[in-house]
Design a binder for this molecule. Structure first.
Ligand code: DGI
Ligand code: FE
Ligand code: FE
Ligand code: FE
Length: 191
């Protein structure tokens, strides 16, 4: 499937504002990939992961639950946490099964784009941050993280995760253990 066919499939699955977000994440991710020296023959993996990252975002939660239960490589602990955390891991399964994606970094970038994970590779970090800083995102502090993302991916992710965790704690929401583990690892990488 070429890029245009893929984008058409994604467009069918998403409301227009989310499709536009996806296109901006792909553009931002490619830009970040080039800045941070992703091999030129791997930039297409970054773009592919970005195009598919929110594919399952609007799926019915029962449909996602069924997929999580059926795939033992996904943590069943996910089901004890917010549904918002499900569309990445489920998206990676669908990328593999319905779109024939086999590259492990591409699949990991889709799977972990919400929480992150300790030990993320360059491609995963670029997609994670592109999702956070794409030009349509507007919230206090985003400009600082946009600037940081061009210089240092780890520092940018640390700041973004700190913001996310503060946002969740202020609303007395659960913080997924992988989100915290990612944050903790980045505090060490950045110290
Ligand atoms: O799908 P997007 O809106 O583009 O972005 P996303 O997949 O990165 O995040 C989706 C939502 O998940 C966002 O509102 C923040 C939230 N989130 C991120 N980490 C956690 C979380 N929600 C909970 N409850 N716990 C987390 O650890
Ligand atoms: Fe998402
Ligand atoms: Fe994100
Ligand atoms: Fe997104």
């Amino acid at each position: 499937m070429n890029r245009e066919q893929l984008l058409r499939r994604v467009k069918e699955e998403l409301p227009d504002h989310r499709y536009q977000h996806t296109v901006r994440v792909a553009e931002t991710a490619v830009k970040l990939a080039k800045i941070h020296g992703v091999d030129s023959n791997r930039v297409n993996r970054v773009e592919l992961a970005a195009i598919l990252h929110d594919y399952c975002k609007y799926w019915d939660s029962e449909r996602m639950k069924t997929i999580i239960k059926a795939n033992t490589q996904l943590s069943s602990d996910l089901l004890n946490y917010d549904k918002e955390l499900w569309h990445g891991p489920v998206g990676a399964i669908i990328a593999k099964e319905s779109f024939g994606v086999t590259d492990s970094a591409t699949l990991a970038a889709i799977a972990n784009h919400t929480s992150g994970r300790p030990g993320m590779c360059l491609i995963e970090k670029v997609v994670w941050l592109a999702d956070y800083i794409e030009p349509g995102r507007q919230f206090p502090g985003v400009e600082e993280i946009r600037a940081l993302a061009e210089r240092n991916l780890d520092q940018a992710m640390l700041k973004a995760l700190a913001n996310t965790i503060v946002f969740l704690v202020k609303r007395e929401k659960q913080v997924y253990p992988l989100t915290l583990a990612t944050y903790n690892e980045l505090t060490k990488l950045c110290s």
